[in-house]
Design a protein around this ligand. Structure first.
Ligand SMILES: [Ca+2]
Length: 200
């Protein structure tokens, strides 16, 4: 699911109150919150967020990507990149327990398998490009459920290990402009020695 272009006072993309849902395979991108949580705001709950790309969201106070209060969300296999806020732009834990693993968090975050590296998004802000460090960097123990797909409805694990985020990079998704083809150069043609053909 793509959640994009929304705005709210708290939780521009998603607002969870006194609930503990699992949010998975979502791109939560380019949403806006006025105070807390540009992408996701969670109040009083044990939110689970897996294989999501939370990018380019903004908020005026804190928690551009995720903001939680009296909550202990579990974040696994996600990308939190390019979110903006005056305070704690990617994740705002507000002192609450927050488990983050196998995720790419801009500015870094402690936890197993986390990285801090530009995910090299395509122009839409959430698809991965071929050289993305998020490829094959998700939880190596991740086993998709039967029929589970990535955000494009394509296979969830390609290349032997799940990618971080909602998109699983696959070769058929490469737009021609990313193929880095060198311009064709004409090879000099060597003509065989003259066989004595005489032109009229
Ligand atoms: Ca993969």
């Amino acid at each position: 699911m793509i959640i994009s272009g929304n705005s709210a006072y708290n939780g521009g993309g998603i607002y969870c109150d006194s609930s503990s849902p699992t949010i998975t395979q979502c791109a939560i991108s380019r949403n806006y919150g006025a105070v807390y949580g540009g992408g996701i705001y969670c109040n009083r709950g044990s939110l689970t967020i897996t294989q999501c790309t939370i990018s380019g969201n903004s908020v005026n106070y804190c928690g551009g990507g995720i903001c939680c209060s009296i909550s202990n969300p579990n974040v696994r296999g996600c990308i939190l990149w390019g979110n903006t806020a005056p305070n704690r732009p990617q994740i705002s834990p507000s002192g609450w327990l927050l488990s983050v693993s196998f995720s790419d968090v801009q500015g870094g975050w402690s936890g197993t398998g986390n990285i801090d590296a530009d995910p090299l998004f395509a122009a839409d802000g959430y698809h991965l490009q071929r050289r993305s460090p998020c490829r094959d960097a998700g939880d190596p123990a991740y086993v998709p459920s039967p029929g589970e797909t990535d955000i494009d409805g394509e296979i969830r694990v390609y290349g032997g290990r799940v990618d971080m985020g909602a998109d699983e990079w696959q070769p058929m998704l490469i737009p021609p402009e990313e193929l880095d083809l060198a311009p064709m150069e004409a090879e000099p043609i060597e003509l065989p020695p003259s066989q004595g053909v005489s032109l009229p």
